[in-house]
Design a protein around this ligand. Structure first.
Ligand code: 5AD
Length: 360
């Protein structure tokens, strides 16, 4: 315990210290880790939790990631595409509900029609969401994968300012094990660098509990986040999805996977005290209390799903996706109750940029 307390109080951690912290499994030790991370979060950012309405606007995808339920090769998936007006309706609902930001997420496409469509969505959302409570309109985060620097520039100029692109694993070998050969780790890194150079607030993240992934790999992931100087982190457990090549490859129990994911949030918080960390929906697929546990371990962002219920079930990256039938008004009420139950406060009507981004 002395060694643990020293590590929790320390300001500089070696890779093996990080791996040690990530591997904590006895309940007392894991609780000490989470408490230290929560303390750091509250000291630096206070009890406020930022909200972003998540709009999953299309499940059409040109990629074939081996873990993903909407991969191109999955012919059993009914593909959908929300039209501009429906995306706008979802976004304006968020503005009314007090979620000061939205995340537009979809499968990956690079064709001109897609690029033009998303440019129009961004322009309209920024313009039409302006109100007395949101004088600058909604903050917009995009999460639509690898694109050319010109495309990233175009969407930035249209008014989006945060981008989420997970590296999935900072270990290039592990990355190649879970992607087809045409998807390359080095290109993903170039995309992240290009986003940064353009001025986007940058988010990345990894999958936790991948086959063959060691604690040392996860320690490398956290060092990668720091090296990249990213502003936001969204990471979650890998959930073995039926009808994907990685089906049946999971080795950790749900409890072990949840522990590992929470440790990952907590240690990331200790090493990167001023970034935004999302308590992701995938955590809730492991436990009904998943998102609350994420907040208790150092997360400070929640992304409630506001996608039209009509298509929500078709965007299943992983099985047991929570909230498939939940009405967005009910989901807002349960979010408020959840935050109140753990002594946190929603930061309504704010973009909620990370302290790290505001430092620049
Ligand atoms: N389990 C957990 N997360 C997944 N993602 C895709 N498939 C799965 C899965 N089976 C995550 C990826 C991607 C993000 C949009 O969803 O990390 O970056």
């Amino acid at each position: 315990m002395d060694h643990l307390n020293e590590l929790l109080a320390s300001r500089s951690h070696s890779r093996s210290d990080i791996a040690f912290l990530l591997g904590l499994s006895c309940p007392d030790a894991a609780l000490s880790l989470e408490s230290a991370a929560l303390k750091s979060t509250l000291a630096r950012m206070g009890p406020g939790v930022s909200t972003r309405g998540l709009i999953e606007f299309s499940n059409l995808c040109t990629c074939n990631c081996l873990y993903c339920g909407i991969r191109r090769a999955n012919q059993g998936v009914q593909r959908y595409w929300l039209d501009e007006d429906e995306v706008l309706e979802n976004a304006l609902w968020c503005a009314e509900a007090g979620y000061g930001s939205v995340v537009l997420q979809a499968g990956e496409r690079r064709d001109p029609a897609f690029i033009d469509y998303l440019t129009r969505c961004v322009t309209r959302i920024r313009k039409e969401s302006v109100s007395a409570t949101l004088p600058q309109g909604l903050g917009i985060t995009l999460s639509v994968g690898e694109q050319s620097p010109e495309t990233y520039q175009r969407w930035f100029d249209a008014g989006a300012h945060r981008y989420l692109l997970r590296i999935e694993s900072a270990n290039p070998r592990l990355f190649s094990a879970i992607h087809p050969p045409e998807q390359q780790w080095s290109r993903r890194v170039r995309c992240l660098e290009s986003l940064k150079a353009i001025g986007w607030q940058l988010g990345t993240g990894v999958l936790i509990g991948l086959p063959g992934q060691t604690l040392d790999d996860l320690a490398g992931d956290i060092l990668f986040f720091r090296e990249l100087d990213c502003d936001m982190i969204g990471m979650g457990p890998w959930l073995a999805t039926p009808d994907t090549p990685m089906q049946g490859q999971d080795r950790l129990s749900r409890a072990e996977l949840l522990r590992r994911a929470l440790n990952m949030i907590a240690v990331t918080r200790l090493l990167l005290p001023d970034v935004n960390i999302a308590s992701t929906t995938a955590l809730e697929a492991l436990s009904p209390r998943g998102r609350e546990l994420g907040l208790r371990a150092g997360a400070n962002v929640i992304m409630p799903n506001v996608t039209s219920p009509r298509v929500r079930a078709l965007y299943q990256l992983y099985p047991d996706k929570p909230g498939l039938n939940q009405d967005r008004g009910e989901s807002r009420a349960s979010l408020e109750a959840l935050l109140a139950s753990c002594g946190r406060e929603p930061r309504w009507n704010q973009w909620g940029d990370s302290l790290h981004a505001r430092r620049h």
